[in-house]
Design a protein. Sequence first.
Lengths: 198, 198
Amino acid sequence: MLPDALKRLVHELKKLPGVGPRGAERIALWLITDGVGVSSALSDALSAAVEEVGFCPVCGTLTRKGEQCPMYTDPSRDKTRICVVEGPLDAVAIERSGVFDGTYHVLGGVLSPLEGVTPDDIRIPDLIKRVKDDSVVEVIIATNPSAEGDVTANYIADELRSYGIGVTRLARGLPTGGLIDYADSDTIEKALENRIKL
Amino acid sequence: MLPDALKRLVHELKKLPGVGPRGAERIALWLITDGVGVSSALSDALSAAVEEVGFCPVCGTLTRKGEQCPMYTDPSRDKTRICVVEGPLDAVAIERSGVFDGTYHVLGGVLSPLEGVTPDDIRIPDLIKRVKDDSVVEVIIATNPSAEGDVTANYIADELRSYGIGVTRLARGLPTGGLIDYADSDTIEKALENRIKL
């Protein structure tokens, strides 16, 4: 039904995270019609990004290939406070809030015995090395509020216990703007457990 | 926060229909990491599609550039029945159902006096020409069930009245698999109005 070249484009677009079969068709059609100017800009941006973007060898955050990230190299940022996140985009989201002036440590995943993901696979030894090398005073664990995120957070907390530093985790509760009648039971349970005196 | 090359990629990806700012970030990160193999395949597929895909000069459907579409050139299909759709992907969706063996006529839009879209802008003169040239017996109007879709359908029906052919429109009612308590009032109204004797 679709011309072969368009089928192939839809096939590739469907592989993108969050893009379903119908979304891929709409994007493909748009790219060859209204968005035909975007098509070449997109191809160029894509090859430039693949070529130029890398990960900070210390933090695992996104940066220019072969360079340390701007957060780690900024002398005004507090290297003694490390925020541990699962992926580089989590660090981007926390940076966007503008309330953290320490540095990040990207795990690149979570512990998962079922999928064979061990502490060595997710840069936990690197984290421990940084704790020692940079005289870290606090590690803030910002793994996702999921079962795997919990397991990973607890494992890291145990590993760091002997260093006598502060290990904390992001608070659980109601998200700003969320509706209580839409909140799941676990969120409400956590919000009650961690309720704050006014 | 994001390296420049990645920012640029996110900026281009955000222009795609249905891709929001967070979605664009996730796609961009995936393309330069896990999906790095897809990146070049995607660029290739994109330029091939821009180069090779065009629109049937008769039907306005997607086809190889400079060619008539396979539906119009297939001698087993009924050229005397035309299904009128807003966009080429609507024809793809109807083809997927496999229940229509006529041909299509893509309007490429809907009438919108506010946005200055007139009948000449949406291939209505071409449709009338086809009705005459191909001795059409039925025009099935498959514009979207929206206010503009309704206006466009009614306009086409009026224009075709003098030709003494059948002009029909896709039925309105509950979508298969839809839940009645989720259906909007207009859908329920149409489903009641058009109820079928069992």
